[in-house]
Design a protein around this ligand. Sequence first.
Ligand code: FAD
Length: 446
Amino acid sequence: MSNSLLDALTAAELHCPVIVAGHPDYDRYRRVWNGIADRRPAAIVRPQDAEDVQKTVRAAASSGALLAVRGGGHSLPGLSTCNDGLVLDLSLIRSVVIDNNALTVDIGGGALLGDLDRATVPRGYIVPAGIISHTGVAGLTLGGGMGWMSRKYGLTIDSLLGAEIVLASGDITWTSPTWNPELFWAIRGGGGNFGVVTRFRFQLHPFDGIVAGQWIYPIEQARKVLSGLRDRARGQSRDFTISFTASHAGVNVTAVWSGDAERAGAALSPFGALADGANGGLENLPYLTLQSRNDVAFAWSRRYYAKGGFWSDISDQAIEHIIDAIARAPAPDCEIYAIQLGGAIRDVPDDATAYTGRSAGYYWLSEPIWDDMADDDRCIEWGRTTGRLLSDSSIIGNYVNEQGDTGSNIARDAYGAEKYQRLARLKARLDPANLFRLNQNIEPQE
Ligand SMILES: Cc1cc2nc3c(=O)[nH]c(=O)nc-3n(C[C@H](O)[C@H](O)[C@H](O)COP(=O)(O)OP(=O)(O)OC[C@H]3O[C@@H](n4cnc5c(N)ncnc54)[C@H](O)[C@@H]3O)c2cc1C
């Protein structure tokens, strides 16, 4: 570790664990979700409260150390770790406090989606978020946040009421529609560019369960399944959301209904009859089970890449690209995934938040998953090529959270020129030295 970082951390008099190479837990805490991001930070600080975060941010700034901020550790390109620098690991800050009168929930900046769902769902409430329970609330929310309940209740940021945030200066502040509103606009889609969020406050929504349908079709039926799925998904109510995953194993169609349970069968069953050979059916499964049943398929330490974008609808051309891509996939778990958007996401004007792409009908991902380092190049190349082809039928805007590549063009392309400039101006005001640069970075510019 550089002397200046060590000195700064010592001077900070932290009241929390600081882990350096040689510590028995170093290898455990330096791991992140994507096995490709096998990096060796100089120090990992595990703050217990906003004051620890404040001191650590100041130590990083004064020593000039590279700073990575980690919530759930699920950054696709491994942006929540680094070589030689400092990792600020928020995983000890994950309390969940529900206010039954205000119908709000406060949750720590290191909490996982499972922490949120386990606290809210059994009480009959929900905050719309993602679909895998071990994903971090912080990274997901700061980019936008989409999942099964987004068509009904909007993106995760659309339920955000406020956040406690530690700025690059080390100041701890609050941001909401009425307090630091420009910052509040920026953190709803602008990622981790503006500070370390130690606490989020979300609006709770009523929730009384779901019905899900899941069918796996032979891959040979992909053309029929995907065009039929597209046609039947059009015009569905906000209680309905569909997704598909195409891979060597077939086309996995999952449809979720979150409205009146008596109407679920009529809404979902047609998706089990899109082509011959469907295997599956309807399930009255608990929401917490739905949220965790793919946790193992996306387990920690496997190797991942992703390139994604928005479609207004599933075009015939995209379907042909998907069929070709699966035929040349270099590993069994090279997948193309898409989830239906629209509904409540479109109720919010596009310029109301930094997130860009509210008119989209679907979010798609080209997503190779593999285990052997020897397959890195060909799997990543497949992911990139497939992503480029699927981008042909994509619309403007993008989701910064599910891109395996980095570089200043990612944020510029995602937000568009006007929003990017607005974000860059705020960045110049709040983080002129670009301390928070391990993210889909917005470069400070007046
Ligand atoms: C298995 C898997 C499933 C996913 N499913 C979905 C899904 O259903 N819906 C969806 O919308 N997205 C989904 N994503 C994408 C997800 O939103 C991003 O990977 C997100 O960055 C994960 O957040 P994290 O806190 O786990 O990540 P981390 O790697 O911890 O952080 C990612 C970045 O977020 C910033 N950050 C993290 N914590 C903080 C904090 N407390 N304060 C400030 N900045 C912070 C940092 O810039 C960091 O580089 C999924 C990703 C994975 C890997």
